[in-house]
Design a protein around this ligand. Structure first.
Ligand code: SF4
Length: 699
């Protein structure tokens, strides 16, 4: 029996794993107690790594779709045919006729991350999409416009804070997102033990809210109004104390003027939070000596996601809690993409061009995924005719999945780099399956920028891939070369990481990291401003014009706040600990037990509609309808329906045998591609208007 240590790369928490194995057989997967960041924490999903490794439905060789069946073909034939198809389409319709879509797992694979730019260079297309505009674009835009780089994302210093406010996030289940905080529950228990407080503001009394000292229900999509009124209270009562940030930030007066217009009384009805509650929250936050406010999925994926993330940063700044211990801090990672971009110049960019059909702005070279279907379905110059998806399942994760299905069906060619024939890749003509999970090395190049401690780890593969398998980066290098005629693989990913490691002060190499199988602790987060700012004037921009002008839209929404009689409920999402978006559902141990794909409805709403717990109801929106079991609860706000995402595996052609037995329904069959944050273009899942109907008894 042998022991292997690695990081789990299923989610952003990057927990350390201790894996006992014998030959190709896994004996146990446990938390690595010597990992200085995760300290032995794991969640049930880590154990499912072995299920993915052994999954008979996982593709090991390229397949080609012939009508309704799939045929294995050689790598050479598959990549060659894909490259020829792409070249033919681009020759006929132009470079932008081929689009790319990158799914969430791309961010956890450093080989893919490093070789994607070669594919984009070979394609020369401006039609680029990714999961960024599904759930995190507002964070990146706020970082870019305020601090000068889309990766300068403040991270809560959770281990030293005394008061944490969480909006629209559920880290007790996720272990942090845009906040790598493995073992979040233990960390919060430590916060409470040292006399600190956690306040959670969420339309659902989530698992995180149940840990906290305070929970306030908030109407979905109104967080920006709450935050502005908190700023209003802080300025009105002279509670601001930005301290040394005064010297390195500009436009304090503009912020004060904007907040002046949003007294708590004005937003109370809109947010569903009483004015006195808002005042006391603002005071408590401003008067705490170490406090941090953090907002995640629900705060970003809503119609005011962009300004919400801006206002979160502002609250941390005006109370002096940015870049200080116990507040919102920046990391100093070993593989420092921010430092490196001082050389490459790739620090982001917003609205330099707009999408063809709906004129939505690009961010960092990508258009919002909410308009991908329009770009495929709308004829005209620049129409997308071919698509390459990499580790993505937008049919289940993007808004209005049914419309996207129609779009994918109409493509002249689709290539998927993926290990499964799932709800999206079943439309592909060719699927190229890379080696995955335990067969790959792990280096979380992105997430060490978001970690609650400075930390780095390199994990070699546990199992060698078979000689007929290829890594993602090998596929990308080969495909890019065949499309462009240029050789794009001068170095291996590890050599590229060695190059990037030179830009940090830690004097590390991959070889040195291999000597630290549990990872290397690089210390607690430290103040790094102003030298880490990437704005031209090296100042924090408190009032970027993009955000300032978007406040008017919020003001209109507050003034015209009415319940829609046709769609009186507002939809929110939910996640659970055994799901990772759509892609852990082919593991029996991840889906067994009671049905988790249920709609939560408040007990009073259920009474009014005469709906019983466990009954199946219809949820209807502008874009479609689904039938789903309801759970009647006090944990969700009145007027709100909560449905988890990532389900809906019963679609024809999906080759996931376990998932098909536990299909659930896709909430994105009723979300709306036209309901977006108009500033950023990010999808708005929180606050989609729906109605609930009883299903007629046909028995
Ligand atoms: S929280 Fe779970 S899925 Fe995420 S990294 Fe840790 S063990 Fe893996």
């Amino acid at each position: 029996m042998h022991v292997h240590y690695r990081s789990c790369n299923i989610c952003e928490a990057t927990c350390g794993l201790e894996i006992k194995y014998d030959g190709n057989r896994i004996i146990s997967i446990r938390g690595d107690k010597q990992d200085p960041l995760s300290r032995g924490h794991i969640c049930p999903k880590a154990v499912a790594l072995v299920d993915i490794y052994n999954d008979p439905d996982r593709l090991r060789r390229p397949v080609k779709r012939i009508k309704n069946s799939w045929k294995e073909i050689s790598w050479d034939e598959a990549i060659n045919e894909a490259a020829e198809k792409i070249k033919t389409i681009q020759k006929k319709y132009g470079k932008n006729s081929i689009a790319t879509y990158l799914g969430n797992p791309v961010a956890h694979n450093f080989g893919t991350m490093l070789f994607i730019p070669f594919l984009h260079k070979a394609l020369g297309t401006k039609q680029r999409y990714s999961a960024t505009s599904i759930d995190q674009l507002p964070h990146n835009l706020a970082a870019y416009l305020m601090f000068g780089h889309y990766l300068l994302l403040p991270v809560p210093d959770i281990d030293r804070t005394n008061f944490m406010i969480i909006l629209g996030g559920n880290p007790a289940v996720s272990n942090g997102s845009i906040m790598t905080a493995p073992g979040f529950v233990s960390r919060i228990k430590e916060l409470l033990k040292r006399g600190g407080k956690l306040a959670v503001i969420d339309p659902r009394k989530s698992e995180t809210a149940k840990l906290g000292s305070k929970h306030l229900f908030i109407r979905p999509g109104t967080d920006a109004a709450l935050l502005l009124s908190m700023l209003n209270v802080i300025f009105k009562e002279n509670l601001e104390k930005p301290g040394r940030l005064t010297e390195i930030a500009r436009d304090f007066e503009t912020v004060r003027e904007i907040a002046d217009d949003f007294p708590p009384e004005k937003v109370a009805e809109f947010t569903g939070i009483e004015a006195e509650e808002i005042k006391s929250l603002a005071r408590e936050f401003a008067l705490s000596d170490r406090a941090v406010i953090y907002g995640r999925f629900g705060a970003s994926t809503q119609q005011f996601g962009g300004i919400t993330q801006w206002l979160i940063n502002l609250l941390n700044i005006v109370t002096g809690n940015l870049d200080r211990e116990g507040g919102a801090m920046f990391t100093l990672p070993a593989a420092d993409l921010i430092a490196m971009s001082r050389m490459t110049g790739s620090k982001g960019g917003f609205a330099r061009r707009h999408s063809r059909v709906r004129k939505l702005p690009e961010f960092a070279g990508e258009f919002p995924v909410a308009t991908l279907a329009d770009e495929i379905l709308t004829p005209g110059e620049g129409q997308i005719k071919g698509l390459i998806t990499i580790a993505g399942n937008p049919v289940l994760s993007a808004p209005n999945g049914k419309k996207l299905e129609k779009a994918l069906e109409s493509l002249e060619f689709m290539l998927a780099i993926d290990i499964y024939i799932n709800e999206t890749t079943r439309f592909a003509d060719i699927i190229l399956p890379p080696a995955t999970g335990l067969e790959t090395p792990v280096f979380e190049i992105l997430f060490y920028h978001l970690s609650v401690r400075n930390f780095v780890k390199y994990s070699p593969p546990l199992f060698q891939k078979n000689e007929w398998q290829q890594y993602d980066w090998e596929i990308l290098a080969d495909l890019s070369a065949r499309i462009s005629g240029q050789d794009f693989s001068p170095q291996k990913p590890e050599q590229m990481i060695d190059f990037i490691l030179q830009f940090s002060p830690y004097n590390l190499t991959i070889e040195k990291l291999k000597q630290n199988p549990h990872g290397k602790d690089l210390g607690q987060l430290k103040p790094v401003l102003p030298h880490r700012l990437m704005t031209e004037d090296r100042l924090i921009h408190l009032a970027p014009r993009e955000f300032v002008s978007d406040v008017k839209r919020l003001k209109n929404a507050i003034e015209n706040n009415k319940r829609d009689p046709h769609f009186p409920f507002l939809l929110i999402g939910r996640r659970d600990i055994r799901s990772s978006n759509s892609w852990m559902h082919n593991s029996q141990r991840m889906v067994k037990g009671r049905n988790r794909c249920k709609a939560l409805i408040n007990i009073n709403d259920a009474k009014n509609l005469e709906i019983e717990n466990g009954e199946t109801v219809k949820i209807i929106s502008r874009t479609g309808e689904i039938e789903i079991e309801v759970e009647v609860t006090e944990d969700v706000m009145e007027g709100v329906i909560s449905i988890p995402h990532g389900w809906g595996h019963s679609r024809e052609g999906v080759k996931l045998r376990v998932a098909k037995k536990h299909p659930g329904v896709s909430v994105n069959d009723i979300t709306d591609d036209e309901f977006i944050d108009k500033l950023t273009g990010n999808a708005a899942f929180s606050g989609v208007k729906v109605r609930v109907e009883k299903v007629a008894n046909t028995g």
